[in-house]
Design a protein around this ligand. Structure first.
Ligand code: CLF
Ligand code: SF4
Length: 307
């Protein structure tokens, strides 16, 4: 009986939390999210990423963003908040990894949530440092965490993650895939067990992990993820995967349908920019580029994984 009550409470809490989150709930499309690009560097190097652009895990390639300091992010948030009545979610999705830049990430969320405690905070990470920061993330009031997990088999992960910088050690040529995957799974479990909602993004890469997507989805489910989001690879010039053809929408759609038998799938991702603002189908970030609180661009760290 107690178990049923707990389950019901959990379901109700999840329903409340996703009711106005446009990524976790397709029926919340009328609400806007705002990304604040406060995390320029990354601690890994994915073979599809050219760091001159935004983090591919949550962004379409070919677009660059300014990077904001936490105070600039707050000022921009205040301005956007005043203009968009439907703004419900503030997310950090790069342009690098929010946990590789945890000081900035934590300060930004604190400033914004102190100003507006009703805003929903959201993070998207590669998961390497998630076990380390999971508790603090929950304490910061973050209710939604996305982990991009492109493999659960080290042999496959090896071909996707060229460099992993972890605990002061640099793993090259795919040798860090195992530690990355272990941490992703541990992190997903911790986030889900502590009552936040976890989404798993998967970049579907032809000939590399496209035969392995169902295994990833099953692992995500087994570890407590709420939804998975299978996204197409969009090849980027200057990366080891530049010659791999883009995954076609039909292929992604049919994989989502297949994996829908395992767990809930996201069908409406827009692979948005690290500085996106607005409803998912109506990015209005360009309207805020020349706002009074426009940031001084900060030079992004160079095109190599940093730890
Ligand atoms: Fe941003 Fe991501 Fe939060 Fe949404 S995006 S950090 S969960 S508030 Fe959304 Fe954009 Fe797809 Fe991401 S449509 S790329 S899933
Ligand atoms: Fe690039 Fe890092 Fe994002 Fe991978 S996790 S796509 S290397 S920014």
């Amino acid at each position: 009986m107690k178990q049923n009550t707990n389950k019901l409470e959990l379901e109700q809490r999840i329903l409340r939390s996703i009711a106005e989150h446009p990524c976790y709930n397709a029926r919340a499309h009328q609400y806007a999210r705002m990304h604040v690009p406060v995390a320029p560097s990354c601690n890994i190097q994915c073979n599809y990423c050219n760091r001159k652009f935004d983090c591919m895990n949550e962004s379409r390639p070919g677009v660059t963003s300014d990077v904001l300091t936490p105070n600039q992010a707050l000022e921009k948030f205040k301005y956007v908040r005043g203009k968009l009545d439907n703004l419900r979610v503030v997310g950090i999705a790069g342009p690098g990894d929010p946990l590789a830049e945890f000081v900035n990430t934590k300060e930004t969320i604190k400033l914004i949530r102190d100003y507006d405690p009703n805003i929903t905070a959201c993070l998207s990470t590669n998961g390497l440092l998630l076990p380390q920061y999971a508790e603090e993330i929950i304490d910061m009031g973050v209710k939604h965490v996305t982990v991009t997990m492109n493999a659960v088999d080290p042999k496959i992960g090896k071909g996707i993650y060229d460099v992993v910088n972890y605990n002061g050690e640099r793993f090259e040529n795919g040798t860090g895939a195992e530690v990355l995957m272990e941490n992703q799974i541990k992190g997903i479990r911790r986030i889900a067990n502590s009552g936040a909602i976890c989404k798993v993004n998967i970049v579907m890469i032809k000939g590399i992990n496209d035969h392995h997507i169902e295994d990833i989805v099953k692992t995500a489910k087994d570890n407590g993820a709420f939804i998975t989001n299978i996204m197409p690879l969009i090849p980027v010039q200057g990366t080891p995967f530049e010659q791999i053809p883009a995954t076609e929408q039909e292929e992604v759609h049919s994989m989502r349908m297949k994996c829908g038998e395992i767990m809930q799938q996201m069908h409406h991702c827009r692979q948005c920019r690290a500085d996106a603002i607005g409803q998912l189908d109506n990015d209005v970030s360009v309207e805020f580029r020349n706002s009074p609180c426009k940031a001084e661009p900060i030079k992004k760290k160079e095109d190599k994984a940093v730890g």
